[in-house]
Design a protein around this ligand. Structure first.
Ligand code: MN
Ligand code: MN
Length: 347
């Protein structure tokens, strides 16, 4: 599975030939950073970052460990998208960009992959032709990860996937404080009569009693709505709104304070639609809106979550066909890195 190390005496071509000819070479252990019982990233001082298997941040697969604290899981599904599709290719695209993530996170002064066993659980096998079946597969997949002892760090996929994740999280934690980063409310009722879409997950979640309606927040809301009534409706589902413009008017520190006050003492789930960022920082997405957050603003807010009880997170709506030069995927993998670091510090 892994070619012989290029640092060996033989040239690269002959190493590959040897690997083909020899079972022993094929099963040679991958040089990883190991801390106690924790299996970490492939050691970039021995294997270059552009080589080897494309797990998230070059972490081990879930079947390579006995237990895990945090699991990255891909949900390649975009049949709930209302405009541009392509987010089904998001998980593998984010993983490819994540090869650049290094062991030490200076912004949080932590080595996340030493503090916790972090693994890549691969992608859920979702039926692109059947949304109801997909919702069930996601709920049971996330339940399985929680039973394994791992907090889920999901890579989407379109925003439809947040609903079944919240169903699984609610079974373990009860009503959840959701911090929802998005240009859009995602509390619409139906599209053409369809109740399960990427524009409706948080309305369904509220109706199903999955949310702690005294503690939820939308952050980064902006752009045109269908009607003024959308905001009136949204207020009934338990979300406070921090607008994109508030980053200028209030500043990051005041926004963080407001956010932490809102979710204090509650189990917190974070759902990040990458369109919360300005199209300059996240062009690769399905429904872009002008006037969004910078990746720097968003990362600062995310890093403050270490003062909350973070139980899981998702990053959704990365659509590679519209992503030039991996701009969106790089932002997404750095957001995941900081969310993982926050969860790892709590282990
Ligand atoms: Mn959105
Ligand atoms: Mn969304």
């Amino acid at each position: 599975m892994w070619p012989a190390s290029p640092s060996g005496g033989a040239g690269h071509a002959s190493s590959l030939l040897e690997a083909k000819a020899s079972t022993r070479k094929m099963t040679k252990p991958i040089p990883r950073i190991i801390t106690g019982d924790t299996l970490g990233q492939v050691d970039a001082s021995q294997v270059p970052r552009f080589a080897g298997a494309p797990t998230f941040a070059r972490l081990p697969r879930i079947d390579e460990v006995k237990s895990a604290d945090i699991a990255i899981v891909g949900m390649p599904f975009d049949a709930g998208a209302s405009f541009r599709s392509g987010a089904r290719f998001g998980p593998s695209h984010i993983r490819e960009a994540s090869r650049l993530l290094r062991p030490y996170n200076p912004a949080q002064d932590a080595y996340p992959f030493e503090l916790a066993q972090v693994v890549d659980a691969g992608d859920l096998n979702l039926n692109t032709y059947d949304i109801l079946e997909t919702l069930e597969t996601i709920e049971s997949g996330v339940t399985e990860l929680l039973n394994f002892g791992a907090k889920p760090m999901t890579l989407g996929g379109d925003h439809t996937i947040a609903l079944p994740i919240l169903r699984a999280m609610h079974k373990k934690y009860g009503p959840i404080a959701v911090i929802h980063f998005d240009a859009h409310l995602d509390t619409w009722d139906t599209y053409y009569g369809a109740p399960y879409t990427h524009g409706t997950p948080f309305r369904r979640a509220a109706e199903e009693g999955l949310l702690d309606q005294t503690s939820c927040l939308h952050v980064g809301i902006r752009g045109p709505l269908y009607s003024k009534q959308d905001l009136t409706d949204d207020a009934t589902f338990g979300f406070q709104i921090i607008r994109s413009e508030d980053f200028d008017d209030l500043g990051t520190e005041a926004i963080i304070a407001k956010m932490l006050k809102r979710v204090a003492g509650k189990p917190v789930y974070v759902s990040i639609d990458v369109d919360v960022m300005d199209p300059a920082f996240a062009p690769g997405t399905g429904t872009p809106e002008a006037g969004g957050l910078t990746s720097r603003e968003l990362l600062r807010v995310i890093r403050a979550l270490d003062k909350t009880n973070l139980i899981g997170a998702d990053i959704v709506e990365v659509s590679p066909p519209y992503d030039h030069a991996q701009i969106t995927a790089l932002a997404a993998c750095h957001l995941a890195y900081d969310l993982i670091t926050t969860m790892a510090k709590a282990v």
